[in-house]
Write a protein that binds this ligand. Structure first.
Ligand code: GRF
Length: 200
């Protein structure tokens, strides 16, 4: 049986979650290796992180395509040579359509900065504060066509403190994201590796 998943990480920005995955994958006992990093935005810091780690870092700029389907076709073409088993979205700011997702059933995961199903979409921390929540957190979940709605894999919780701003809360949640994402991959890897073995 294959002992490590080949993963692709899709990013759009600074890539701190990507970095957490790179660091985790540097440990021999982590059940995944990062085969490729793709950004839909050129020149973002996450691409530098990948290159520094010796990982192929590509740009598929959504602005170069007139339709979502054409962008996603280009993404699939870019992924093909890497034979990836799992796609990890890490701050990837494009909505993927069924056109793409159907090629990777239960094979795309995302990290979201809220305790889903609460606060899907953007500005999660400001909305949690405005609602007077006492707790916030982050979620790793499978990706389905409805945004931030797939089955949950794991969550981490943090307290909301009386003087929190969206930024201080985001920082506290982000620290948990960096722990949670590698944990989630380690958790789903054995089942996925087994399923891939059966399919071969
Ligand atoms: C993270 O908060 C992640 O949960 C959200 O976008 C942010 C990306 O940050 N989806 P980074 O690029 O991983 O630093």
């Amino acid at each position: 049986m294959k002992d490590k998943l080949a993963i692709a990480v899709l990013i759009s920005g600074r890539g701190s979650n990507l970095q957490a995955l790179i660091d985790a994958a540097n440990h021999n006992d982590f059940p995944a290796r990062i085969s490729v990093v793709i950004s839909n935005v050129p020149e973002v810091f996450g691409l530098e992180r990948a290159r520094k780690a010796g990982i192929p870092a590509l740009v598929v700029n959504h602005k170069d395509f007139s339709t979502r389907a054409a962008f996603e076709d280009a993404l699939m073409l870019a992924l093909r040579p890497y034979s990836v088993d799992l796609i990890c979205l890490a701050g990837f700011m494009r909505i993927l359509t069924p056109h793409f997702i159907q090629h990777w059933p239960q094979r795309i995961v995302n990290i979201h900065p809220s305790l889903l199903p609460l606060y899907k979409g953007t500005d999660t921390h400001a909305r949690a504060l405005a609602d007077g929540q006492r707790e916030a957190g982050c979620t790793v979940h499978y990706v389905v066509p409805e945004v931030d709605s797939g089955a949950l894999i794991v969550q981490a919780r943090v307290p909301i403190l009386p003087d929190d701003t969206p930024q201080t809360l985001a920082d506290r949640v982000l620290a948990q994201e960096h722990i949670l994402y590698p944990q989630a991959i380690a958790q789903i890897a054995p089942g996925l590796l087994k399923a891939l073995e059966v399919r071969r």
